[in-house]
Structure formats: structure tokens, C-alpha cells
Ligand binder design. Structure first.
Ligand code: SF4
Length: 287
């Protein structure tokens, strides 16, 4: 690096799950010996967004809900970087949901760490899309991003970790980083990271989580079986943790770079052509 930057101390509340996320990320980067100058951490808006200040790497704080398109642009611009996008459930599952769905569909080589605490912590505890809610017969109908990911045929890496389960979380982060560094596409890791100040979900998640990594009958290579497992657990008010699905498809940036610029696209996006067209429209209104 030509300019050094000293990572900041975290500003999170004592006991916030995000400390565990940051610790696991730093551990995984160190285990894989990924140098700081080859690492780019981008973050969305929310308490989780400050993680990019705290890690020894290039950092970028994006607009609310826009961390994924920014990260995908970085992955295309410099394929030598290891791209890590990080954000919370409000940032990623509400305002950023459109980008999230299309990132899963297109499979860019970006590790997306979504710190889910089922609340908007930074703005003092409003319900997020993953906040538990019962609409009928006591069944929680909140958003489940793993089910969503399984329903999108382009996904290649879907996992869920929990800050209380540090060993598993360390392993999932290493596997996610390996996936993107091998240019296998989008690695989505939802980390359950409780907000102890506004929504302490430690007791709920202690009771609800089911570790599929310890289930010898479970195969992360079988999308349909993984979906069945997620739905079955949900019916019992439980949810899976571990590596839930891993597939093999071309990464977005490989196809995009191979394709190169399309002459007809270049013509369609010719700024002079657009300017002439605009002048024509304006002149028709001239008095
Ligand atoms: Fe963490 Fe919640 Fe405090 Fe934000 S408000 S730093 S999410 S504990």
C-alpha cells in the first residue's frame, strides 16, 4: 500500500454480536494469509457498516442499500482483489433487497456478510424484515434469506453462522473467502449477530438453531433437499446454521469480461446521439 491507515477501534455497544463477526473475519483473512493490500471491505449503512473502519484492508462506506452494486463494480474493475461486502438486515433485506436478489442471480465473486440482528439498531430498534412476527397460528412469517437464495437457480454458496458458535463461524468465513478467491461466484453468509441493546435474540437463536454441519444425512450439494430441510425446520420454529448449499456455476465477472463491449450497445449509449435526440425534443417545445 502506498498510504497506511490505522484501523479504528469498534464503536459498538458492549456485547454487540458484531465484535464476533469482526473477530471471525480478521481470523479468516489471517488464516488464508490474504494481504491487506489485496483485500477490499465495503460496507452498507447501519451499525454493521462501521466494520470497514476496523479491519486492516482497503475500505469503502457505500450508500444505504447499495453496497452490492458497488462491490460488484470493484470485482469487475480489479479481479485481483478479494472483495468483501458487509451490511445489516435493514440495509440488505429492505432498501437493498433488489440488489441482493440480482447479485444472487448473477453470481459475482463477492463475499457478502450480512449481519442479521432482526432490528434497525442504529436508529434505535425499529422492526427490520427479519423481525419475528406471527401472522397466523403462531407461525413466524419473517423473511428468510436462505430460503430465498435456494429458490434462485444462480446461487452457488449459501450459509448461515451465529456469533455464539465461533468455531463454525470461523470455518464458514474461510470457506466463503475461498469461494470468491477461486472466482466461483457469490458467497452469501448470513451471520446471526444479536443487537443486545434493542433486540437481544441470543436466547431465541440458542433455542432455534439447528447445525446442519453436524447432520451426516444432510448434503449441501443437494438444493432440493436443502430447501426441504429449511422448510421442515421452519415448521418447527427452527432454522439451519452451517453450509446450506454450494453449487458450481460460472462467475458473473468471468462471463462479463469474456463478452467484451457489444458494438450495438456502444452505439446505443453514445452520449452525442442522446444529446442530439434531447436537443430535438427541446426544439419541438421552442416558442
Ligand atoms: Fe450493536 Fe445494537 Fe449497539 Fe448497534 S445498537 S452497536 S447493533 S448492540
Amino acid at each position: 500500500m502506498t498510504e497506511t491507515y490505522t484501523p479504528k477501534d469498534p464503536i459498538w455497544c458492549a456485547g454487540c454480536g458484531h465484535y464476533g463477526v469482526q473477530g471471525a473475519l480478521v481470523h479468516a483473512l489471517s488464516e488464508l494469509k490474504i494481504p491487506a493490500h489485496e483485500t477490499f471491505v465495503l460496507a452498507g449503512i447501519g451499525c454493521s457498516g462501521s466494520v470497514q473502519n476496523n479491519v486492516s484492508a482497503y475500505g469503502y462506506h457505500s450508500m444505504h442499500g447499495r453496497v452490492l452494486p458497488t462491490a460488484i463494480g470493484a470485482a469487475i474493475a480489479n479481479p485481483d482483489l478479494t472483495i468483501i461486502a458487509a451490511g445489516g438486515d435493514g440495509d440488505g433485506y429492505a432498501i437493498g433487497m433488489g440488489h441482493f436478489v440480482h447479485a444472487m442471480d448473477r453470481n459475482p465473486s463477492v463475499l457478502y456478510i450480512l449481519m442479521n440482528n432482526a432490528t434497525y439498531g442504529l436508529t434505535k430498534g425499529q422492526d427490520s424484515p427479519t423481525a419475528e412476527r406471527a401472522r397466523s397460528a403462531g407461525q413466524d412469517t419473517s423473511l428468510d434469506a436462505i430460503s430465498l437464495g435456494l429458490s434462485i437457480p444462480g446461487t452457488t454458496f449459501l450459509a448461515r453462522g451465529f456469533t455464539r458458535w465461533a468455531d463454525q463461524l470461523n470455518g464458514l468465513l474461510i470457506q466463503g473467502l475461498q469461494h470468491v478467491r477461486a472466482k466461483k461466484g457469490f458467497a452469501f453468509l448470513e451471520i446471526l449477530s444479536p443487537c443486545v441493546t434493542y433486540n437481544d435474540t441470543y436466547p431465541d437463536w440458542d433455542a432455534q438453531l439447528y447445525n446442519v454441519d453436524e447432520d451426516e444425512e444432510f448434503s449441501c450439494a443437494d438444493r432440493a433437499a436443502a430447501f426441504e430441510t429449511v422448510v421442515r425446520l421452519r415448521g418447527k420454529n427452527r432454522m439451519p446454521a452451517g453450509l446450506i448449499y454450494r453449487g458450481d456455476l460460472p462467475a458473473f465477472e468471468a462471463e462479463w469480461l469474456e463478452q467484451g463491449p457489444c458494438p450495438s450497445d456502444l452505439e446505443a449509449h453514445d452520449p452525442k446521439k442522446h444529446l442530439d435526440s434531447l436537443r430535438g425534443i427541446m426544439s419541438s417545445y421552442a416558442v
